[in-house]
Design a protein. Structure first.
Length: 499
């Protein structure tokens, strides 16, 4: 078991590796070119949207070593229209975030925090006159969202979901700030799609404000954006901050947008496919079921608002970015783990908790339901402080279940090490705190039918102290493993035995 890099070590490694580094892509097509250089792109021709794309995607997206897959020549769809899945895996996940391909997942997350997130200064996005997204403009009778190769991702889904690797652009009607968020989008017919947004999300706050006014909400759905923009839209960005401006900060220059011809919302100038229209305050339609990130069809079918499509923009030979949630661990859990772990550590530290050495949002819990935090214990109550803040900070609050706090000799990203620390350093009767009434989601399969009917989307949290007890930690039994120094020496001399 290797001791994870501490903050200073990770920071120095990241600074040395990414000095003068420029993120190697601007859009999805340039990203594909970089992934091809790594030998991690596979093209599949002739797979059907009705069944085969979903089957193949499920197979590939559970594996970090599987390639990115591009589905081409989809039967019944226009030639050149494609679907891409499994972008966040292998060496390409490091390339996507702009770091060396030999970084481990924990090193990648820590480097992303130290090099990109700390002291980030958003750069306002820039409006340009035109871009590749306007190569094709469909309005009026030409609107038909069903013609694009949208798969039926899971066998029991209630319809075709074009919005999985997508993000939605909305504007607060009062404060006028722009938000991008990832919310599932289901095709109803040629000119209407369903839009599910979980309570408490920024896009839902915007929608609720428009609905209270009795006004339609302008929305633009980016179905084929560049991976970095998609990842930022998936992340817990603070209220009032535009994710486009965060992407600008990551790239070191303004993110270029054009104005939607119907709503005037900013949309990426080099996106592949964008749907523009209005979410109506009335006239809901049934949405779902949909296989979700918890591994269940937990949200069933219910009435949800619809978006009336007023325009579709797309590049020649557009590419849909597909990222359907599967039973974890899967691709969604992989990218959420890297991004969310960095944000989780940052938020705990910003709350004033010292000596956080690592944090990890575990893939097996969809990067939400099982959080691990490693600390170097400094005082009595340090463990409780770290655990409780992790459970209720913005990153950790939504849909969490278990928070495990461990000593800094444990690799929090290694599930086996985490469980070993939990079963050997915690006492069931005295090491677990329970919080009730916490922020959950309709997607939680453990919510009772009675609470669902009442709209009570709350749950409990278990905070587990899996550290050596502070008052006698020096007398805790010695761990039976090699020191980090011995481990490195052993690997240098005898690493060939592991091949």
């Amino acid at each position: 078991m290797n001791k994870p890099l501490n903050k200073n070590e990770a920071s120095k490694a990241a600074d040395a590796a990414v000095q003068n580094f420029k993120m190697p892509y601007e859009d999805l097509r340039e990203w594909i070119a970089e992934a091809e250089k790594l030998g991690e792109v596979e093209v599949v021709k002739g797979a059907s949207w009705q069944k085969e794309i979903g089957m193949a995607a499920d197979l590939a997206m559970h594996s970090d070593t599987a390639p990115c897959v591009i589905f081409d020549e989809v039967p019944g769809c226009e030639k050149g229209h494609r679907v891409l899945v499994n972008f966040f895996g292998g060496k390409r996940k490091n390339m996507t975030l702009g770091f060396p391909t030999d970084y481990s997942k924990l090193e990648l997350s820590q480097a992303f925090l130290d090099h990109h997130l700390r002291d980030m200064k958003p750069i306002p996005h820039e409006t340009v006159e035109t871009g590749p997204i306007f190569e094709n403009i469909l309005m009026g009778d030409d609107i038909d969202i069903t013609k694009f190769p949208t798969p039926l991702w899971h066998a029991h889904d209630g319809g075709r979901y074009i919005g999985t690797g997508s993000y939605d652009i909305t504007m607060d009607p009062d404060e006028k700030w722009i938000n991008t968020g990832t919310y599932r989008v289901m095709i109803h017919d040629k000119t209407n799609v369903g839009l599910y947004i979980s309570p408490g999300k920024h896009g839902r706050i915007h929608r609720d404000k428009y609905e209270a006014r009795g006004e339609p909400m302008p929305v633009a759905i980016v179905v084929g954006g560049d991976p970095m923009s998609f990842l930022m839209a998936c992340s817990e960005v603070p209220y009032g901050v535009c994710e486009f401006d965060m992407v600008g900060a990551l790239r070191g220059k303004p993110y270029q947008v054009v104005r939607g011809k119907v709503t005037g919302l900013p949309i990426p100038a080099n996106a592949e496919l964008v749907i523009e229209g209005y979410v109506m305050p009335t006239g809901k339609r049934k949405e779902g079921p949909f296989g979700e990130w918890t591994g269940y069809y937990a949200s069933d079918v219910r009435e949800e608002p619809i978006l009336q499509i007023k325009a579709i923009y797309h590049r020649n030979n557009p590419i849909i970015l597909g990222c359907p949630p599967l039973c974890p661990p899967d691709e969604m859990a992989r990218y959420r783990a890297v991004m969310r772990s960095a944000l989780l550590r940052e938020e705990i530290e910003k709350a004033g908790v010292p000596d956080i050495t690592a944090a990890w949002a575990h893939e097996v819990g969809g990067a939400r339901m099982l959080l691990a935090v490693a600390i170097n214990q400094r005082y009595p109550g340090h463990v409780k402080q770290a655990g409780h803040i992790a459970s209720q900070c913005h990153v950790g609050a939504y849909a969490g279940k278990y928070i495990v706090v461990v000593d800094d000799d444990v690799d929090v990203s290694n599930l086996e090490e985490l469980m070993w620390a939990m079963v050997t350093r915690s006492d069931p009767a005295s090491s677990i705190d329970i919080i009730t009434g916490a922020w959950s989601t309709p997607l939680d399969p453990r919510l009772t039918p009675e609470e669902r009917e009442k709209g009570n989307y709350t749950n409990s949290r278990a905070i587990i102290d899996a550290c050596r007890p502070f008052h006698w930690k020096d007398r805790f039994p010695l761990v039976n493993k090699m020191t980090p120094e011995y481990d490195r020496e052993a690997r240098e001399k005898f690493g060939y035995l592991l091949r």
